[in-house]
Design a protein around this ligand. Sequence first.
Ligand code: PMP
Length: 381
Amino acid sequence: MTQLIYLDNNASTALAPAVRAAMTPWLDHTGNAASSHAAGQAADRAISCAREQVADLLTAAPREIVFTSGATEANNLAIRGLTTHSPRRTLVCGATEHPSVLEPMRALERDGYTLRIAPVDEEGLLRLDALAELVDDDTMLVSVMAANNETGVVSPIREAADLAHAAGALLHTDATQLAGWGPLSVDTLGADLLSLSAHKMHGPQGVGALFIRRGLRLTPLLHGGGHERGVRSGTPNTMGIVGLGAAAAAAAACTDADRAQVRRRRDLLAALLDELAGPVRLNGHATQRLPGTLNVTFPGVDADLVMAGAPTVAVATGSACSSGHPGPSHVLGVMGIDPALAAASLRFGLSRYTSDSEVHEAAERIATAVQHARASEGRAS
Ligand code: PMP
């Protein structure tokens, strides 16, 4: 059987070998981290170690890290958790935010909050001039994603944070897509709240974290036994948290050279697609982008047909992250990309583990599928 080439790393990533090795012993460990016996305390120590690893990745303090079930929960906690602690009633976010930021904000809007959405330009970059107009002394929170899941475009977080802080507002960043690509600093970014998710950085699914700057108070979404310093009740997922810690340590070790290598392979993929199935059009900023993300349009070609024609290459059309919402991506839409072009777009996500030979082979399989799609559409018209 033809080997699957996995190029959908923006949707989810494979477990890194070191992460698997760190998690495996916990599969057979019985013990609740809240229990005072030796088995519970062993789990508690493992969780403390993971908390340090996540804090180190973010240049934060361990007590500023709260473990969650993923970035969706972290984003919801950051946004909803603040509301009871602020008299301000306005929320601001970027137009290309993930639904796990946009939807809780829309839900609050239905409850009477004001929601303002800052536009992006045609390359997907947040328009800081527009953001500046939207933030005022009623703004409670500005949420700007660190990097976009569909285009890989990296946002000017520091500048957005400065705008927010100048108005007395807080800055949340959804760093789910950026966190696997090297060390970060919450102070340099100016983030008061930061979300991440293990499965986007070679850790397991179903676990993530929220950085909450010291002194900030959030109302929990989940009330219960008061775990995670009262912010997130529920028996901690020891094995998952250990995996997140190991993934964070591996991400912190990701160097300029590692990123340059992924970038080179991604650009090779773009060049091969252009040569074999082009011309292709890049969606998103050419350089201000995650190393592994390539979102391209094959004008006149139905991207779903291409995917169906290349089932052994795992890629995405639109946003694979929003299950149940097929159709053109809202991200490409707000960048002003015509719906027909958006429907002809594919997102490739390379990881640190993607090889040159996989890039060559994937480009050939996709190019063949594009040619077949063109031929069948030609016959149909
Ligand atoms: N934010 C971004 C930018 C994402 O890409 C995703 C996952 N698609 C999420 C949040 C949600 O993460 P999780 O799957 O951990 O809930």
